[in-house]
Design a protein around this ligand. Sequence first.
Ligand SMILES: [Fe+2]
Length: 409
Amino acid sequence: VAPSPPFITPHFSRKAVTDNPEPLPHATKKRTHTMPPTPTTPAATGAGAAAAVTPEHAWPRRMVRFNPRSDRFHTLSFHHVEFWCADAASAAGRFAFALGAPLAARSDLSTGNSVHASQLLRSGNLAFLFTAPYANGCDAATASLPSFSADAARRFSADHGLAVRSIALRVADAAEAFRASVDGGARPAFSPVDLGRGFGFAEVELYGDVVLRFVSHPDGTDVPFLPGFEGVSNPGAVDYGLTRFDHVVGNVPELASAAAYVAGFTGFHEFAEFTTEDVGTAESGLNSMVLANNSEGVLLPLNEPVHGTKRRSQIQTFLEHHGGPGVQHIAVASSDVLRTLREMRARSAMGGFDFLPPPLPKYYEGVRRIAGDVLSEAQIKECQELGVLVDRDDQGVLLQIFTKPVGDR
Ligand SMILES: [Fe+2]
């Protein structure tokens, strides 16, 4: 899609979200993660695909960015995101087909694990793990995920349906990250263990039943995922171009306390800059804050509902249907979002993911005004055909689209 070699940036958008979004022609944006329009079905975890192209000149110029580099421990990147589910093969199969992320590793009965069935999907640096409990009476020593609890997983699935249990970060030292986090006020979830082969592993509570998992390992390891997992080769698998996680968003009842907790133990800074005027929350029904690590490659946005607005807050709807706080959406980056979308849309009706309805045609007149110097007319037409949203700020042009909720709740 890019006229010059593409680079990926986190995505930005205005805070207010409407059903028929209009690009903002002037600098009233608060830099934040992008929210999907209010869904017409109960909120559940969704996925956005995003790609950015280099601008020829910065626009707008009034943004102020500040990075205090205040991390309490060294975080390198997202490592994986784990869903707890009732049947890992079924959930993983659907995501693999929908996202073009083939099975890359597994730990289950076939590898001698009688505690949990886990399947790992990969596309580029994107790694989705799906884990389900086996029946009671298994040999606990065979589990490859030491923190796994079959009872907790059953409760989790009953309470939340298919949902994210762990957001895993690759850190320099998992034990050190755990210690620094607990010193900074984190509630421990699983004390550090050495998994062997140089792998460290620990967990702290994040929000609701979601944990932040720390994984450390040597560079250039030949372990396919974590020790205990066996690699799966898929020579014929199709990749749709998805490359990595961009951000993973949590919905919480109260932003201030949740953000203070997470920022307090991670040291992550607020990844947002206010310009001359903030965009009102009257329409969006939410307040949002993005927490970022030093390198700003790990973004953890948080949303809270705002009550008393014209339309019911989609965050409140999520909290009720999901059964409390949880991961609302996952943004995944693509090197070529139009290609990725063609691949994904081709599978929507056959068990893949479906997308939110496209904006009205007049939206793309605005796109020509704000991004006509970066995107060709053919690219803008393709964005319109595929329903891609276009935003621009001082760091580039962002192309993105939102799936409909990918689960029931
Ligand atoms: Fe987002």
